[in-house]
Design a protein around this ligand. Structure first.
Ligand SMILES: [Zn+2]
Length: 501
Protein backbone atom coordinates (compact mmCIF):
# COMPACT_ATOMS: atom_id res chain seq x y z
CA UNK A 1 0.00 0.00 0.00
CA UNK A 2 1.42 3.42 -0.89
CA UNK A 3 1.67 5.93 1.91
CA UNK A 4 -1.00 8.61 2.25
CA UNK A 5 0.20 12.07 3.24
CA UNK A 6 -1.99 15.03 4.10
CA UNK A 7 -0.57 18.47 3.29
CA UNK A 8 -1.49 22.07 4.12
CA UNK A 9 0.02 25.55 3.86
CA UNK A 10 -1.11 28.16 6.42
CA UNK A 11 1.39 30.99 6.40
CA UNK A 12 1.22 34.43 7.93
CA UNK A 13 3.14 36.43 10.53
CA UNK A 14 1.49 39.02 12.64
CA UNK A 15 2.53 42.41 13.95
CA UNK A 16 0.81 42.90 17.30
CA UNK A 17 1.51 46.64 17.28
CA UNK A 18 -0.58 47.15 14.19
CA UNK A 19 -4.22 48.20 14.48
CA UNK A 20 -6.97 45.96 13.08
CA UNK A 21 -7.13 42.26 12.20
CA UNK A 22 -6.07 39.99 9.35
CA UNK A 23 -9.34 38.84 7.77
CA UNK A 24 -10.20 36.23 5.15
CA UNK A 25 -10.03 39.00 2.54
CA UNK A 26 -6.32 39.41 3.31
CA UNK A 27 -5.77 35.74 2.52
CA UNK A 28 -7.96 35.95 -0.60
CA UNK A 29 -5.85 38.73 -2.14
CA UNK A 30 -2.69 36.71 -1.50
CA UNK A 31 -3.43 32.96 -1.48
CA UNK A 32 -6.56 31.11 -0.35
CA UNK A 33 -7.04 27.99 -2.46
CA UNK A 34 -8.10 24.46 -1.66
CA UNK A 35 -7.12 21.08 -3.08
CA UNK A 36 -6.38 20.88 -6.81
CA UNK A 37 -6.75 24.64 -7.33
CA UNK A 38 -3.95 25.24 -4.83
CA UNK A 39 -1.76 22.63 -6.48
CA UNK A 40 -2.31 24.19 -9.92
CA UNK A 41 -1.31 27.65 -8.66
CA UNK A 42 1.73 26.56 -6.64
CA UNK A 43 3.08 23.32 -8.14
CA UNK A 44 5.64 24.94 -10.44
CA UNK A 45 6.68 27.81 -8.15
CA UNK A 46 9.21 28.16 -5.34
CA UNK A 47 6.81 26.91 -2.64
CA UNK A 48 6.96 24.39 0.16
CA UNK A 49 4.01 22.55 -1.41
CA UNK A 50 5.97 22.09 -4.64
CA UNK A 51 8.77 20.50 -2.57
CA UNK A 52 6.33 18.17 -0.79
CA UNK A 53 4.89 17.09 -4.15
CA UNK A 54 8.32 16.62 -5.75
CA UNK A 55 8.99 13.88 -3.20
CA UNK A 56 5.44 12.52 -3.06
CA UNK A 57 5.29 11.99 -6.83
CA UNK A 58 8.69 10.33 -6.90
CA UNK A 59 7.74 7.99 -4.05
CA UNK A 60 4.24 7.29 -5.33
CA UNK A 61 2.45 8.62 -2.23
CA UNK A 62 -1.23 9.42 -2.26
CA UNK A 63 -1.55 13.13 -1.36
CA UNK A 64 -4.54 14.83 0.22
CA UNK A 65 -3.83 18.54 -0.18
CA UNK A 66 -6.24 20.48 1.97
CA UNK A 67 -5.53 24.20 1.63
CA UNK A 68 -2.92 26.81 0.77
CA UNK A 69 -3.55 29.98 2.75
CA UNK A 70 -1.08 32.85 2.91
CA UNK A 71 -1.52 36.48 3.84
CA UNK A 72 1.01 39.27 3.68
CA UNK A 73 2.13 40.09 7.25
CA UNK A 74 -0.44 42.17 9.06
CA UNK A 75 -2.21 42.64 12.37
CA UNK A 76 -3.35 39.51 14.29
CA UNK A 77 -5.58 36.98 12.53
CA UNK A 78 -9.30 37.23 13.28
CA UNK A 79 -11.00 34.27 14.93
CA UNK A 80 -13.29 33.88 11.92
CA UNK A 81 -10.39 33.67 9.46
CA UNK A 82 -8.35 31.39 11.70
CA UNK A 83 -11.18 28.96 12.42
CA UNK A 84 -12.18 28.83 8.77
CA UNK A 85 -8.68 27.94 7.52
CA UNK A 86 -7.70 25.70 10.44
CA UNK A 87 -11.10 24.03 10.11
CA UNK A 88 -10.43 22.97 6.51
CA UNK A 89 -7.28 21.24 7.72
CA UNK A 90 -8.70 19.62 10.85
CA UNK A 91 -11.94 18.49 9.12
CA UNK A 92 -9.88 16.72 6.46
CA UNK A 93 -7.72 15.06 9.09
CA UNK A 94 -10.77 13.94 11.06
CA UNK A 95 -12.37 12.51 7.92
CA UNK A 96 -9.32 10.51 6.82
CA UNK A 97 -7.26 9.97 9.96
CA UNK A 98 -7.24 6.19 9.67
CA UNK A 99 -5.80 6.36 6.14
CA UNK A 100 -3.17 9.04 6.78
CA UNK A 101 0.44 7.97 7.44
CA UNK A 102 1.87 11.45 7.86
CA UNK A 103 1.01 15.16 7.85
CA UNK A 104 3.21 17.78 6.17
CA UNK A 105 2.51 21.39 7.09
CA UNK A 106 3.98 24.60 5.73
CA UNK A 107 3.59 27.18 8.51
CA UNK A 108 5.30 30.48 9.28
CA UNK A 109 5.92 30.27 13.00
CA UNK A 110 5.03 33.83 14.04
CA UNK A 111 1.29 33.69 13.70
CA UNK A 112 -0.67 35.56 16.38
CA UNK A 113 -4.46 35.50 16.46
CA UNK A 114 -6.93 37.75 18.21
CA UNK A 115 -7.51 35.01 20.79
CA UNK A 116 -4.10 33.34 21.10
CA UNK A 117 -0.47 34.40 20.78
CA UNK A 118 0.70 31.12 19.25
CA UNK A 119 -1.33 30.42 16.12
CA UNK A 120 0.84 27.49 15.07
CA UNK A 121 0.87 25.90 18.53
CA UNK A 122 -2.94 26.16 18.56
CA UNK A 123 -3.24 24.52 15.13
CA UNK A 124 -0.94 21.65 16.10
CA UNK A 125 -2.84 21.13 19.36
CA UNK A 126 -6.13 20.91 17.43
CA UNK A 127 -4.56 18.39 15.06
CA UNK A 128 -3.11 16.29 17.89
CA UNK A 129 -6.49 16.22 19.60
CA UNK A 130 -7.77 14.37 16.53
CA UNK A 131 -4.81 12.15 15.69
CA UNK A 132 -3.43 11.27 19.10
CA UNK A 133 0.29 11.32 19.86
CA UNK A 134 1.62 8.83 17.30
CA UNK A 135 0.75 10.49 13.99
CA UNK A 136 3.91 11.66 12.20
CA UNK A 137 3.80 15.42 11.71
CA UNK A 138 6.46 17.48 9.95
CA UNK A 139 6.52 21.27 9.65
CA UNK A 140 8.43 23.76 7.51
CA UNK A 141 8.89 27.19 9.04
CA UNK A 142 9.91 30.62 7.87
CA UNK A 143 13.34 31.65 9.11
CA UNK A 144 11.54 34.43 11.07
CA UNK A 145 9.59 31.98 13.20
CA UNK A 146 9.01 32.54 16.90
CA UNK A 147 9.05 28.85 17.85
CA UNK A 148 7.21 28.06 21.06
CA UNK A 149 7.58 25.03 23.30
CA UNK A 150 3.99 24.08 22.51
CA UNK A 151 4.76 23.94 18.80
CA UNK A 152 7.74 21.62 19.22
CA UNK A 153 5.83 19.36 21.61
CA UNK A 154 3.24 18.54 18.96
CA UNK A 155 5.33 17.74 15.85
CA UNK A 156 8.33 15.45 15.47
CA UNK A 157 10.09 17.01 12.45
CA UNK A 158 11.01 20.60 11.68
CA UNK A 159 12.79 22.35 8.80
CA UNK A 160 13.23 26.13 8.63
CA UNK A 161 14.43 28.19 5.68
CA UNK A 162 18.16 28.91 5.73
CA UNK A 163 18.07 31.92 3.41
CA UNK A 164 17.06 35.56 3.89
CA UNK A 165 15.98 36.70 1.32
CA UNK A 166 13.99 33.47 1.39
CA UNK A 167 14.77 31.48 -1.75
CA UNK A 168 14.82 27.89 -0.41
CA UNK A 169 11.10 27.24 0.18
CA UNK A 170 10.85 24.37 -2.28
CA UNK A 171 14.16 22.88 -1.10
CA UNK A 172 12.90 22.90 2.50
CA UNK A 173 9.70 21.18 1.37
CA UNK A 174 11.80 18.48 -0.28
CA UNK A 175 14.01 18.08 2.82
CA UNK A 176 11.03 17.69 5.14
CA UNK A 177 9.15 15.31 2.84
CA UNK A 178 12.20 13.04 2.53
CA UNK A 179 12.49 13.01 6.32
CA UNK A 180 8.80 12.09 6.49
CA UNK A 181 9.36 9.27 4.01
CA UNK A 182 12.08 7.74 6.15
CA UNK A 183 9.95 8.03 9.28
CA UNK A 184 6.84 6.54 7.64
CA UNK A 185 8.96 3.62 6.44
CA UNK A 186 10.12 3.04 10.01
CA UNK A 187 13.78 3.75 9.15
CA UNK A 188 13.98 6.68 11.61
CA UNK A 189 12.29 7.77 14.84
CA UNK A 190 12.49 11.58 14.63
CA UNK A 191 12.21 13.88 17.60
CA UNK A 192 13.15 17.55 18.00
CA UNK A 193 14.85 19.54 20.71
CA UNK A 194 14.65 23.31 21.06
CA UNK A 195 16.94 25.95 22.52
CA UNK A 196 16.12 29.62 22.90
CA UNK A 197 18.23 32.72 23.40
CA UNK A 198 17.25 35.71 25.60
CA UNK A 199 17.03 38.03 22.59
CA UNK A 200 14.07 39.55 20.73
CA UNK A 201 15.53 38.93 17.31
CA UNK A 202 18.78 37.71 15.76
CA UNK A 203 20.86 40.86 15.35
CA UNK A 204 20.39 41.04 11.56
CA UNK A 205 17.03 39.26 11.49
CA UNK A 206 18.82 36.20 10.15
CA UNK A 207 20.46 37.70 7.05
CA UNK A 208 22.10 34.95 5.03
CA UNK A 209 24.07 37.21 2.65
CA UNK A 210 26.11 39.10 5.23
CA UNK A 211 26.87 39.06 8.94
CA UNK A 212 27.42 36.44 11.63
CA UNK A 213 24.70 33.99 10.52
CA UNK A 214 26.39 33.18 7.21
CA UNK A 215 28.87 30.63 8.66
CA UNK A 216 26.21 29.27 11.05
CA UNK A 217 23.86 28.31 8.20
CA UNK A 218 26.80 26.68 6.43
CA UNK A 219 27.71 24.73 9.57
CA UNK A 220 24.07 23.69 10.04
CA UNK A 221 23.99 22.25 6.52
CA UNK A 222 27.09 20.19 7.25
CA UNK A 223 25.69 19.01 10.59
CA UNK A 224 22.62 17.70 8.77
CA UNK A 225 24.96 15.15 7.16
CA UNK A 226 26.06 13.74 10.54
CA UNK A 227 24.71 10.34 11.65
CA UNK A 228 21.35 10.65 13.34
CA UNK A 229 21.06 14.42 12.77
CA UNK A 230 18.11 14.99 10.43
CA UNK A 231 17.76 18.81 10.35
CA UNK A 232 19.25 21.86 12.04
CA UNK A 233 17.04 24.94 11.96
CA UNK A 234 18.15 28.41 13.04
CA UNK A 235 15.19 30.71 13.55
CA UNK A 236 15.86 34.44 13.81
CA UNK A 237 12.58 35.29 15.55
CA UNK A 238 10.09 38.06 14.76
CA UNK A 239 10.17 40.97 17.16
CA UNK A 240 7.06 42.73 15.78
CA UNK A 241 4.98 40.02 17.45
CA UNK A 242 4.89 40.90 21.14
CA UNK A 243 4.52 37.41 22.60
CA UNK A 244 6.13 35.73 25.57
CA UNK A 245 8.25 33.28 23.55
CA UNK A 246 9.52 35.78 20.97
CA UNK A 247 13.06 35.47 19.70
CA UNK A 248 15.71 33.29 18.14
CA UNK A 249 15.56 29.52 18.57
CA UNK A 250 17.55 26.54 17.40
CA UNK A 251 15.72 23.32 16.52
CA UNK A 252 17.55 20.07 15.95
CA UNK A 253 15.55 17.12 14.66
CA UNK A 254 17.40 13.88 15.34
CA UNK A 255 16.80 10.15 15.10
CA UNK A 256 16.32 8.69 18.54
CA UNK A 257 17.08 5.28 17.10
CA UNK A 258 20.72 6.31 16.56
CA UNK A 259 22.99 5.97 19.58
CA UNK A 260 24.50 9.29 20.65
CA UNK A 261 22.28 11.39 18.37
CA UNK A 262 20.38 13.03 21.23
CA UNK A 263 23.57 14.16 22.97
CA UNK A 264 25.04 15.41 19.70
CA UNK A 265 21.80 17.28 18.88
CA UNK A 266 22.05 19.02 22.24
CA UNK A 267 25.65 20.05 21.60
CA UNK A 268 24.77 21.41 18.16
CA UNK A 269 21.81 23.39 19.46
CA UNK A 270 23.74 24.83 22.41
CA UNK A 271 26.62 25.94 20.20
CA UNK A 272 24.36 27.72 17.69
CA UNK A 273 22.35 29.40 20.46
CA UNK A 274 25.60 30.61 22.05
CA UNK A 275 26.92 31.92 18.70
CA UNK A 276 23.70 33.84 18.02
CA UNK A 277 23.96 35.42 21.47
CA UNK A 278 27.65 36.33 21.17
CA UNK A 279 27.05 38.07 17.83
CA UNK A 280 24.30 40.27 19.27
CA UNK A 281 26.20 43.51 18.60
CA UNK A 282 27.31 42.68 15.03
CA UNK A 283 24.83 44.88 13.15
CA UNK A 284 25.36 44.53 9.38
CA UNK A 285 23.14 47.40 8.21
CA UNK A 286 24.10 51.06 8.43
CA UNK A 287 20.80 52.84 9.09
CA UNK A 288 20.58 56.29 7.49
CA UNK A 289 17.91 58.79 8.40
CA UNK A 290 15.65 60.05 5.60
CA UNK A 291 17.64 63.25 4.93
CA UNK A 292 20.92 61.33 4.75
CA UNK A 293 19.37 58.84 2.33
CA UNK A 294 17.90 61.58 0.11
CA UNK A 295 21.20 63.50 0.12
CA UNK A 296 23.06 60.38 -0.99
CA UNK A 297 20.55 59.92 -3.80
CA UNK A 298 20.92 63.55 -4.92
CA UNK A 299 24.68 63.13 -5.34
CA UNK A 300 24.62 59.58 -6.73
CA UNK A 301 26.11 58.70 -10.11
CA UNK A 302 23.74 56.04 -11.50
CA UNK A 303 25.97 55.06 -14.44
CA UNK A 304 26.31 51.54 -13.01
CA UNK A 305 22.69 51.19 -11.93
CA UNK A 306 20.26 52.99 -9.65
CA UNK A 307 20.71 53.73 -5.96
CA UNK A 308 18.31 51.41 -4.12
CA UNK A 309 17.05 52.81 -0.81
CA UNK A 310 15.40 50.25 1.46
CA UNK A 311 12.60 51.92 3.45
CA UNK A 312 13.40 49.33 6.12
CA UNK A 313 11.10 50.35 8.92
CA UNK A 314 7.97 50.68 6.75
CA UNK A 315 8.31 47.14 5.39
CA UNK A 316 4.80 45.81 4.73
CA UNK A 317 6.43 42.38 4.94
CA UNK A 318 6.88 42.77 8.68
CA UNK A 319 3.43 44.23 9.16
CA UNK A 320 4.28 47.93 8.98
CA UNK A 321 1.50 50.01 7.42
CA UNK A 322 3.38 50.75 4.20
CA UNK A 323 2.04 54.29 4.07
CA UNK A 324 4.86 56.11 5.89
CA UNK A 325 5.77 59.35 4.16
CA UNK A 326 8.98 60.58 5.81
CA UNK A 327 11.30 59.18 3.15
CA UNK A 328 9.12 60.35 0.26
CA UNK A 329 8.98 63.85 1.74
CA UNK A 330 12.78 63.94 1.99
CA UNK A 331 13.15 62.72 -1.62
CA UNK A 332 10.81 65.46 -2.89
CA UNK A 333 12.57 68.09 -0.79
CA UNK A 334 15.92 67.00 -2.24
CA UNK A 335 14.54 67.50 -5.77
CA UNK A 336 15.39 63.97 -6.96
CA UNK A 337 14.86 63.22 -10.67
CA UNK A 338 14.18 59.81 -12.28
CA UNK A 339 13.26 58.45 -8.87
CA UNK A 340 10.69 55.81 -7.85
CA UNK A 341 8.94 55.34 -4.50
CA UNK A 342 7.14 52.00 -4.11
CA UNK A 343 4.70 51.09 -2.83
CA UNK A 344 2.58 53.67 -1.02
CA UNK A 345 -0.27 51.59 0.41
CA UNK A 346 -3.20 53.99 0.46
CA UNK A 347 -6.46 52.48 -0.76
CA UNK A 348 -8.31 55.79 -0.52
CA UNK A 349 -5.79 57.64 -2.69
CA UNK A 350 -5.68 54.75 -5.19
CA UNK A 351 -9.48 54.83 -5.50
CA UNK A 352 -9.48 58.60 -5.99
CA UNK A 353 -6.86 58.34 -8.74
CA UNK A 354 -8.86 55.58 -10.43
CA UNK A 355 -11.72 58.02 -10.93
CA UNK A 356 -9.37 60.02 -13.23
CA UNK A 357 -7.65 59.22 -16.54
CA UNK A 358 -3.99 58.75 -17.40
CA UNK A 359 -2.51 62.18 -18.01
CA UNK A 360 -4.74 63.95 -15.48
CA UNK A 361 -3.09 66.35 -13.04
CA UNK A 362 -4.40 65.66 -9.55
CA UNK A 363 -3.91 67.16 -6.09
CA UNK A 364 -4.64 64.89 -3.13
CA UNK A 365 -3.37 63.82 0.31
CA UNK A 366 -1.18 60.71 0.10
CA UNK A 367 -0.12 58.27 2.84
CA UNK A 368 0.49 58.81 6.53
CA UNK A 369 -3.09 58.00 7.52
CA UNK A 370 -2.63 55.01 9.82
CA UNK A 371 -0.18 56.14 12.47
CA UNK A 372 1.62 59.43 11.70
CA UNK A 373 3.73 59.05 14.87
CA UNK A 374 5.45 56.16 13.09
CA UNK A 375 6.83 57.45 9.80
CA UNK A 376 5.06 60.73 9.10
CA UNK A 377 1.58 62.06 8.28
CA UNK A 378 -0.22 62.67 4.96
CA UNK A 379 1.52 64.68 2.21
CA UNK A 380 -0.59 66.99 0.01
CA UNK A 381 0.80 66.23 -3.44
CA UNK A 382 0.13 67.46 -6.98
CA UNK A 383 1.19 65.14 -9.77
CA UNK A 384 0.35 63.57 -13.12
CA UNK A 385 -1.17 60.10 -13.39
CA UNK A 386 1.13 58.10 -15.69
CA UNK A 387 -0.38 54.62 -15.28
CA UNK A 388 -3.57 53.00 -13.99
CA UNK A 389 -3.94 49.26 -13.37
CA UNK A 390 -5.93 46.63 -11.51
CA UNK A 391 -2.63 45.85 -9.75
CA UNK A 392 -2.20 42.28 -10.95
CA UNK A 393 1.29 41.02 -11.71
CA UNK A 394 3.06 37.70 -12.12
CA UNK A 395 6.43 37.45 -10.41
CA UNK A 396 9.52 36.43 -12.38
CA UNK A 397 12.25 36.69 -9.72
CA UNK A 398 13.77 34.16 -7.31
CA UNK A 399 11.02 34.54 -4.69
CA UNK A 400 7.80 35.10 -6.64
CA UNK A 401 8.63 33.50 -10.00
CA UNK A 402 5.43 32.09 -11.53
CA UNK A 403 3.15 33.31 -8.74
CA UNK A 404 0.22 35.66 -9.38
CA UNK A 405 -0.15 38.50 -6.91
CA UNK A 406 -2.00 41.79 -6.84
CA UNK A 407 -1.63 45.25 -5.38
CA UNK A 408 -5.34 45.87 -6.05
CA UNK A 409 -6.28 49.16 -7.73
CA UNK A 410 -2.94 50.78 -8.50
CA UNK A 411 -1.89 54.14 -9.92
CA UNK A 412 1.47 55.67 -10.73
CA UNK A 413 1.50 59.34 -9.78
CA UNK A 414 4.48 61.37 -10.97
CA UNK A 415 5.23 64.23 -8.58
CA UNK A 416 8.09 66.40 -9.82
CA UNK A 417 10.88 63.84 -10.45
CA UNK A 418 9.42 61.02 -8.34
CA UNK A 419 7.07 58.29 -9.61
CA UNK A 420 4.98 56.97 -6.71
CA UNK A 421 3.27 53.58 -6.96
CA UNK A 422 0.03 54.11 -5.04
CA UNK A 423 -1.65 50.80 -4.28
CA UNK A 424 -4.58 49.25 -2.42
CA UNK A 425 -3.34 45.91 -1.08
CA UNK A 426 -0.26 45.21 1.04
CA UNK A 427 2.82 43.74 -0.62
CA UNK A 428 6.46 44.37 0.10
CA UNK A 429 8.90 44.82 -2.78
CA UNK A 430 10.12 41.35 -3.76
CA UNK A 431 10.14 41.26 -7.53
CA UNK A 432 10.94 43.54 -10.49
CA UNK A 433 7.48 42.83 -11.92
CA UNK A 434 6.09 44.94 -9.08
CA UNK A 435 7.41 47.90 -11.12
CA UNK A 436 7.62 46.60 -14.68
CA UNK A 437 3.95 45.59 -14.76
CA UNK A 438 3.10 49.23 -14.08
CA UNK A 439 5.24 50.79 -16.78
CA UNK A 440 8.38 51.41 -14.72
CA UNK A 441 11.67 49.90 -15.92
CA UNK A 442 13.77 49.86 -12.74
CA UNK A 443 17.04 49.73 -14.69
CA UNK A 444 16.22 53.11 -16.29
CA UNK A 445 15.80 55.05 -13.05
CA UNK A 446 18.40 56.71 -10.83
CA UNK A 447 16.81 56.07 -7.43
CA UNK A 448 14.50 53.25 -6.32
CA UNK A 449 13.04 53.66 -2.82
CA UNK A 450 11.55 50.26 -1.94
CA UNK A 451 9.50 49.33 1.10
CA UNK A 452 11.30 46.17 2.26
CA UNK A 453 13.95 45.24 4.81
CA UNK A 454 15.94 42.55 3.05
CA UNK A 455 13.80 40.54 0.60
CA UNK A 456 14.13 43.22 -2.10
CA UNK A 457 17.75 42.12 -2.47
CA UNK A 458 16.71 38.86 -4.17
CA UNK A 459 15.42 40.73 -7.23
CA UNK A 460 16.95 44.22 -7.06
CA UNK A 461 20.50 43.86 -5.74
CA UNK A 462 21.88 42.69 -9.08
CA UNK A 463 20.61 45.74 -10.97
CA UNK A 464 21.52 48.22 -8.22
CA UNK A 465 24.56 50.47 -8.47
CA UNK A 466 24.43 50.57 -4.68
CA UNK A 467 22.05 49.66 -1.85
CA UNK A 468 21.52 51.80 1.24
CA UNK A 469 19.17 51.20 4.16
CA UNK A 470 16.98 53.90 5.70
CA UNK A 471 15.16 53.98 9.04
CA UNK A 472 12.25 56.31 8.29
CA UNK A 473 10.89 55.88 11.82
CA UNK A 474 7.91 53.75 10.74
CA UNK A 475 6.33 50.94 12.75
CA UNK A 476 9.08 48.35 12.14
CA UNK A 477 11.88 50.69 13.14
CA UNK A 478 14.96 48.86 14.44
CA UNK A 479 14.70 51.14 17.49
CA UNK A 480 12.76 48.54 19.48
CA UNK A 481 12.32 50.78 22.51
CA UNK A 482 9.87 52.90 20.44
CA UNK A 483 7.35 50.03 20.46
CA UNK A 484 5.36 49.47 23.70
CA UNK A 485 6.23 45.83 24.51
CA UNK A 486 4.01 44.23 27.18
CA UNK A 487 4.01 40.45 26.69
CA UNK A 488 7.56 39.43 25.88
CA UNK A 489 9.36 37.61 28.70
CA UNK A 490 11.88 39.76 30.59
CA UNK A 491 14.73 40.26 30.92
CA UNK A 492 15.51 40.18 27.21
CA UNK A 493 18.09 41.80 24.96
CA UNK A 494 18.17 44.59 23.84
CA UNK A 495 15.33 45.97 26.01
CA UNK A 496 17.32 44.84 29.06
CA UNK A 497 20.95 45.37 28.02
CA UNK A 498 22.36 43.66 31.12
CA UNK A 499 20.58 40.34 30.62
CA UNK A 500 22.87 37.31 30.92
CA UNK A 501 22.80 34.07 28.91
ZN1 LIG B 1 10.70 35.57 6.84
Amino acid sequence: MPFTVLTAEFVTENNTFKKGLTELHDFEVDTLLEGEAAIRARREANTELAGFLDVAEKEGWRVIHTISAAASPNSPVSRVAYDQIAGVITDAIAADKDKINGILLSLHGAQVTEFCEDGEGELLARIRAITGPDMLIGVTLDLHANVTRAMVRDAQMWVSFKTYPHIDMRACGVQLAKMMGDAMAGCTRPVTLRRDVPMMDEVNSGRSDEGPMVPLYEEARLQEEEPGILSVSLNAGFSDADIKEMGPTVLVTYDKGVAGAEARAGEIADAHARAIWEARNSVANVFLDVDEAAAEAAGFDAANGPLVIADYSDNPGSGAYGDATNLLAAMLKAGLQDAVFSPMIDAGAAAKLHRQKVGAVVTLPVGGKNDPAFGGGPLMLTGTITHLSDGAFRGDGPMLGGLDRTFGATAVLKVEGVEILIVTEREQMLDQQQLRAFGIDPTKRKTLALKSMQHFRAAFELLAGKVIVCDSGALSTPQMSRRPYRNVRRPIWPLDPDVAF
